[in-house]
Design a protein around this ligand. Structure first.
Ligand SMILES: [Zn+2]
Ligand SMILES: [Zn+2]
Length: 267
């Protein structure tokens, strides 16, 4: 039985890899990454029980981080051994660099300034920092009831996906941060890219094989994000199902829409 969020995601990734051959490789790699992330998270969880004040959230420099960053080399080795060619090559290059350069990469990723980095490097920094971000977020004293902006209340990034859940008679939408995985409620008929509220400009598409994943487009700004409808498929793990539904991204791009925010694998 899956016990924590990482184990649930791993289990779901294994199921979907069997079902969708086109996504088997990336999901197999995701399983490796998720195991590594889980181990990092567990170490943090055991070593620190304090509440983290908002004033300390600016940089990845907390004592908890000092303990983790020594594991970056093993993370790079894992990506070299198990990752797709492009990521494996990048991991090899980064491993040859000095730890000083690694720290700069972490700083850029933490402050969301990594968009200037080549995608494979942005992946390395983000995937390694993600469990730490999740840890700091859950331990931080930040309250976000009533948050209604289209960016993450914790780290200010754009959402990587949407989640629909049953509530009362209807379903409501949450947005999920592409980095720290925070979720916050957001009105259904509003584009998180530009604020468009006109229903006619916000077409939603679904496709056979993924009828529980909505491609939510905006004809005003040309962006889209995928929304995982848990009222149609309660077994879905939004982060994993978003990664597995690659054909929907190809479809959206062919039709001229650009993704609002790429996922962990920068897809
Ligand atoms: Zn976030
Ligand atoms: Zn828009």
């Amino acid at each position: 039985m899956a016990e924590n969020p990482w184990q649930q995601r791993v289990q779901r990734a294994q199921e979907l890899a069997l079902r969708h051959a086109f996504a088997a490789e990336i999901l197999g790699f995701y399983v490796q990454i998720a195991h590594f992330q889980e181990e990092l998270y567990q170490r943090l969880d055991v070593s620190s029980h304090r509440k983290i004040p908002a004033s300390e959230l600016g940089t990845p420099a907390l004592p908890e981080w000092e303990e983790l960053k020594g594991s970056f080399e093993s993370f790079l080795k894992l990506v070299e051994a198990k990752g797709p060619v492009r990521l494996a090559e990048s991991a090899r290059e980064v491993r040859r660099e000095s730890p000083g350069n690694w720290s700069k990469l972490f700083d850029r990723c933490w402050s969301a300034a990594e968009s200037g980095d080549p995608e494979p490097q942005a992946f390395l920094g983000r995937a390694f920092l993600q469990p730490y971000a999740e840890f700091v977020r859950t331990r931080s004293a930040i309250e976000w009831n009533g948050h209604s902006r289209p960016v993450c209340p914790f780290c200010n990034r754009k959402p990587g996906l949407g989640v629909l859940r049953q509530q009362g008679d209807g379903s409501r939408r949450w947005l999920m941060c592409s980095f720290c995985l925070a979720e916050w409620e957001f009105r259904r008929i509003v584009c998180p890219g530009c604020g468009e509220e006109n229903n006619a400009k916000l077409p939603v598409y679904t496709a056979e094989g993924f009828d529980y994943i909505r491609v939510e487009c905006c004809d005003t700004c040309g962006r889209y994000l995928k929304g995982v409808d848990l009222t149609k498929n309660g077994l879905a793990e939004p982060v994993v199902d978003e990664i597995a539904s690659v054909p929907l991204d190809l479809w959206a791009e062919e039709h001229g829409y650009a993704k609002l925010e790429r996922n962990l694998f920068r897809m």
